[in-house]
Design a protein around this ligand. Structure first.
Ligand SMILES: NC(=O)c1ccc[n+]([C@@H]2O[C@H](COP(=O)([O-])OP(=O)(O)OC[C@H]3O[C@@H](n4cnc5c(N)ncnc54)[C@H](OP(=O)(O)O)[C@@H]3O)[C@@H](O)[C@H]2O)c1
Length: 342
């Protein structure tokens, strides 16, 4: 027994990881189709050990009879084609920012708010949160349940793969250009990203925050608790894969660091690596290809009454995107919410 699954944006950084994750986790599939723009129609992608998929054009694809579509073709494209797929009876899990804050679209991290999934029926669309939000709410959840989080200040160190395959190419090309003394031409990013940090992800909002920072604030409230205040500074760094975050959280109840460490150790999806020694922490290079979200550098923040600081790292293409989407699909199957293929 299995499902007919479409992967939309299959040639992209997230789409490729989705194909890999579906195959690795043995998601029950009877048919799979890879969709992208007309530019890459006809291109071949491997699925699992033995299957080769020929990419089809999203624009002309008919979703009737397909059970599930995992979308990551960019917000503007999802805005048009995700409702088209849902109207054809195909449940959509969308990785883009387009539907996340719509009240009747659940925004889900399965370990954090699986109960929200049940609201998907009205639109037939479930949204996957922003990569930086996912790893932070995953780490905050067990702490919030025990100590009640009031306020979070977070600084992110986000890899270039968060800007897709073109972001990765730009880091590679800028680095090469600097080594051979060629002029550096930033196109995806606003400045040269090689050997640099750029405090700007997504567009600027009226209040001086960037949209990435706004997303972390509003998505955390939608997923975890509408009363949590979040102040984020999102920074692009010259790392290919893996987002890092320095999180400082303030709680209502007194926080014991040892208890917080135990809560995190027992939380689903979290691995604590926190030896107070050289190298006793996780860096983005360590978490590539890994499913877990890693927490290190746990310590009390003595500047506020009940403060706790930590370092949190995850593979943005996996837990930050593809894995979370596939886990949502697995939850739908577990709750018998996906229509079976004929
Ligand atoms: N990268 C991350 O860490 C991450 C995490 C969470 C969410 N997301 C979101 O996921 C989406 C994709 O990100 P990405 O990193 O995979 O980007 P990407 O590497 O640039 O890939 C974009 C994908 O979308 C396809 N596409 C573009 N225009 C299309 C169109 N008109 N019709 C059909 N397909 C089209 C591309 O196909 P072609 O190859 O044919 O151009 C490609 O498969 C974005 O909305 C992003 O914000 C990304």
């Amino acid at each position: 027994m299995g499902y007919k699954v479409a992967v939309v944006g299959a040639t992209g950084a997230v789409g490729r990881e989705m194909l890999k994750t579906l195959a690795e986790r043995g998601f029950p599939i009877t048919a799979i189709v890879a969709l992208a723009s007309p530019r890459s129609a006809g291109q071949q992608l491997s699925f699992g050990e033995h299957q080769v998929l020929t990419v089809q054009n999203l624009e002309t694809f008919d979703f009737a009879g397909w059970d599930l579509a995992l979308f990551s073709p960019g917000a503007a494209v999802s805005a048009i084609h995700a409702p088209r797929a849902a109207a054809a009876g195909c449940i959509v899990i969308d990785n883009t920012s387009h539907f996340r804050m719509e009240p009747d679209v659940p925004l889900v991290v399965p370990e954090v708010n699986p109960q929200a999934l049940l609201k998907y029926r009205k639109r037939g669309i479930i949204a996957n949160p922003n990569c930086s939000t996912i790893q932070m709410v995953l780490a905050l959840k067990p702490l919030h349940d025990r100590f009640t989080c009031k306020r979070v200040v977070v600084s992110t160190y986000q890899s270039v793969s968060g800007a897709g395959k073109e972001g990765m190419d730009e880091l590679f090309n800028n680095t090469k250009a600097i080594f051979v003394n060629d002029p550096v031409k930033p196109e995806v990013f606003t400045r040269n990203i090689a050997f640099n940090c750029i405090p700007h992800i997504d567009k600027f909002m009226n209040d001086g925050a960037t949209k990435e920072e706004w997303k972390m604030t509003v998505e955390t409230r939608k997923i975890l608790d509408p009363d949590i205040a979040v102040f984020a500074t999102c920074v692009r760094v010259p790392v290919f894969i893996g987002h890092s975050e320095a999180v400082v959280a303030e709680f209502e109840k007194p926080v014991n660091v040892g208890e917080a460490r135990d809560l995190l150790r027992n939380a689903p999806g979290i691995v604590v690596v926190d030896e107070h020694d050289d190298g006793g922490y996780i860096t983005p290079a360590d978490c590539q290809g890994e499913d877990a979200t890693y927490v290190s550098r746990l310590r009390r923040d003595p500047t506020v009454p009940n403060g706790l600081g930590f370092w949190c790292v995850a593979d943005n293409l996996r837990k930050g995107a593809a894995l979370n989407a596939v886990q949502i699909a697995e939850s739908l199957v577990a709750q018998d919410l996906l229509r079976h293929a004929a």
